[in-house]
Design a protein around this ligand. Structure first.
Ligand code: SAM
Length: 526
């Protein structure tokens, strides 16, 4: 499907027609970032936000989210039919379906009103960039640059889920003849079409990328797309912010005390706590000055664990390991200044002491029936069956993410912790090795690009090479730091009295011999 585009110079007219007001700002091309918002005058905001000039205001009716999609459906019977058949699975899915229809209507001006009612978004969508640099839209060659990073698995999973999602939209809408013709065959019944242009998988990936890179969290309306506000680029030290005012308009205001020179860009923050991988995944760039040094990896249960499936079902979320540099989240807010100084001093003494990790599933993964874990199937009064989890005979079905705390009072707490530390360290080590193994090929792809290699496939774009290299370096660094920290903890735990007794290592040290049983137990932590 070919979605037509309009030059950005046409945006002020669209804005006037739809009640959007720009005050001394213009949307224009910015170096390396696509469109952005530029100040037409010198801006010196006062310290008091109440006095700040409104830079941009967007009427409530233009906000796009699930509630707005429902409103559009009320005015458009044919779209309602489609939404009834396909929609209401999630806000994102409804907005994507709506954007798909707007793109198709924009691409088929000859449908002549037979299907779908035009609305402000049918025109606005033409101002949006044709593509976004998020990795779901990278070429296969470019995606190879991300092998070994935390994005590799996430990207594969995302592409599979987008494929399944589009398959579902197609299957559920196939019985509506007119939509079936237009969406999946690119034709309008009864009209001569020379060049049918059906929706393809790349169209769906593009819409998902547009949504992900442009939706924002509004204080009252929640996750939404807002035209024109979505033209603002991100900066670590932004000059503006958005909010919803008393009239439910979305307004852009300068941050207190900021100064913006005439012709300079006005920016907002896309969120301060995001990792490099998240930034790249959602927005297609990494700003080193505003990311948190962190990563998330998937964790799989032991393949030979007979309770693996029960553990996964009972846990109810994707099992993961989170690693981050900086204060653990619970200490992050409201930390006293001298705590920070102490933290800094400790870090200087102890290298990577500021790295922390969490993995609630790793605790569930590392305990078993002989430790006091039990799964029971309970029959409910309505006949349904429920999987219940017991720890030391206590029902902990609702607390499967809290095993770190649950095992703390157990006499073998140090043994459990040692198992968890070992599992997490091994997972990080495997990831680090894969990152190391794939680094040479990723760098050579970058070099090939710069020396105009003879490779037959299209060389990766410079922005992708740079972003992938930055991600690789950041992740390698944090993995190495965390593995070192886990090694220290593992060594300390191996000296713990309870652990020594459990492993029978005390006798080994005294006799210098290892009996069979002892060596098997020690193998738990290899
Ligand atoms: C909400 S849109 C902003 C408007 C966008 N530049 C456009 O051309 O429509 C978000 C996208 O802008 C780009 N972007 C925003 N801030 C950026 C930055 N600091 N560096 C590089 N690209 C940026 C990225 O492509 C991102 O996916």
């Amino acid at each position: 499907m070919h979605r037509p585009t309009l030059p950005i110079q046409g945006l002020p007219v669209w804005a006037r027609l739809n009640g959007v007001s720009f005050h001394n700002i213009t949307v224009a091309n910015t170096e390396g970032k696509g469109y952005g918002v530029v100040s037409n005058t010198e801006l010196n905001a006062s310290q008091d936000t109440a006095d700040g000039p409104v830079l941009l205001s967007v009427p409530h009716g233009l906000i796009l989210n699930a509630a707005a999609v429902e409103e559009y459906a009320k005015e458009d019977k044919s779209f309602k039919q489609l939404l009834d058949a396909v929609g209401r699975r999630s806000s994102r899915a409804d907005v994507l379906l709506f954007l798909l229809v707007q793109s198709v209507l924009a691409a088929h001006p000859n449908h002549a009103g037979s299907l779908g009612v035009s609305n402000p978004w049918t025109e606005y969508i033409k101002f949006l960039p044709e593509t976004v640099l998020v990795p779901t839209l990278w070429t296969e060659n470019e995606r190879l640059l991300l092998r070994g990073t935390s994005l590799e698995a996430a990207l594969d999973a995302k592409i599979s889920s987008l494929d399944a999602e589009l398959g579902l939209v197609q299957a559920k809408s196939a019985h509506i003849v007119a939509w079936n013709d237009l969406l999946w065959h690119g034709v309008v019944r009864g009209k001569e079409v020379e060049d049918p242009s059906p929706v393809e998988f790349t169209d769906w990936i593009r819409l998902d990328a547009l949504y992900r890179s442009r939706c924002l969290e509004l204080p009252r309306s929640g996750e939404s797309m807002v035209p024109c506000i979505d033209m603002l680029n991100h900066a670590a030290e932004p000059s503006a912010y958005y909010e919803e005012n008393a009239q439910d308009e979305v307004v852009l205001l300068p941050r207190p005390g900021v100064a913006v020179a005439q012709g300079s860009e006005i920016t907002i923050s896309y969120g301060a706590g995001k990792s490099a991988a998240e930034m790249l995944f959602s927005y297609g760039f990494i700003d080193p000055s505003s990311i948190t040094d962190s990563l998330v990896l998937p964790l799989a249960p032991f393949p030979d664990d007979p309770l693996a499936t029960a553990k996964l079902v009972a846990f109810g979320q994707a099992p993961q390991i989170h690693v981050a540099r900086g204060p653990p989240p619970s200490q992050g807010i409201g930390r006293a200044e001298n705590d920070e100084q102490q933290g800094q001093q400790k870090e200087e003494e102890d290298g990577d002491s500021d790295i922390h990790w969490t993995s609630p599933f790793a605790y569930l993964m590392c305990i078993n029936e002989e430790d006091g874990l039990e799964f029971r199937i309970l029959q409910q009064t309505d006949g349904a069956q429920q999987l219940c989890v017991f720890w030391q005979d206590e029902d902990v079905t609702e607390r499967t993410g809290e095993f770190e705390a649950l095992v703390r009072q157990h006499p073998l707490a140090a043994v459990f912790r040692l198992r968890v530390v070992t599992v997490v360290q091994e997972a990080l080590q495997t990831q680090l090795e894969r990152l190391g193994e794939t680094t040479a090929s990723a760098s050579s792809m970058g070099v090939e690009k710069s020396s105009a290699s003879t490779s037959i496939s299209t060389p990766p774009r410079t922005e992708c090479v740079r972003a992938a290299a930055a991600l690789r370096e950041l992740e390698m660094n944090i993995l190495e730091g965390c593995i070192g920290k886990l090694e220290n903890e593992k060594n300390a735990l191996l000296g713990d009295d309870n652990v020594v007794a459990y492993l029978g290592l005390a006798e080994v040290t005294e006799s210098g011999q290892v009996d069979d049983e002892t060596s098997n137990d020690a193998g738990d932590f290899s």
